[in-house]
Ligand binder design. Structure first.
Ligand code: SF4
Ligand code: SF4
Length: 186
């Protein structure tokens, strides 16, 4: 895709994660510039975004309340551990990235840490809408440090978050198909 490419046809959007991250970022930005406002004005998308937003907040609250954030901070700050390794950005697809733009997230043009995930910033993840792999990840250290019933509460909140993400992403895909169809009928 050339930097000057405009979003013209849904069939040109790379579907799925198997494309270079730069290409997917470019497509997400192009779609956002062209139809982002229309998407935000769609009542269903607005409702699903608001619901997803609440579920993301609830997940973070559950992680704070149940000791996950504390353990991950000790791991990252004191012990130099991290689960945000280079290459995880490749799991994202264009719609995941587009959702972040709809949330007002500024997506980086290059990684801050070239040994880490493209979306890792100096204070952690730069994204609001994280990939399901990132949301659901629990390492052995967490299983050892956080009591099972507490982890279960966190996992329930995470499940609600990823369900909300799925509903929104699927609706956006169907919205793009309808948009493309309506353009071809004009
Ligand atoms: S999930 Fe595990 S590896 Fe990742 S920051 Fe938390 S404790 Fe460390
Ligand atoms: S949580 Fe964010 S920084 Fe970490 S791997 Fe996932 S997208 Fe990358």
């Amino acid at each position: 895709m050339n930097s000057g490419t405009r979003y013209k046809d849904l069939k040109d959007i790379p579907i799925g994660p198997g494309y270079p991250i730069k290409e997917k970022l470019q497509w997400a930005r192009v779609i956002f510039q062209q139809v982002g406002m229309q998407m935000k004005e769609d009542r269903v998308i607005a409702g699903l975004l608001a619901d997803y937003d609440r579920k993301i907040d609830a997940s973070w609250q559950a992680m704070w309340k149940n000791g996950v954030v504390e353990e991950c901070t000790i791991c990252a700050v004191q012990d130099g551990g991290s689960c945000c390794g280079q290459g995880i950005e490749n799991k994202f697809d264009v719609v995941n990235l587009l959702v972040n733009l709809l949330f007002g997230v500024s997506l980086p043009d290059q990684p801050w840490d070239h040994t880490g995930c493209w979306f890792l910033g100096p204070k952690g993840c730069l994204l609001k809408a994280r990939h399901v792999i990132c949301v659901n990840f629990m390492c052995k250290r967490l299983y050892a440090a956080v009591p099972a019933e507490r982890l279960q509460r966190v996992q329930m909140a995470m499940q609600a978050e990823t369900d909300a993400a799925f509903m929104l992403e699927e609706y956006i895909k169907s919205w793009l198909i309808r948009y493309e169809k309506s353009k071809s009928e004009k």
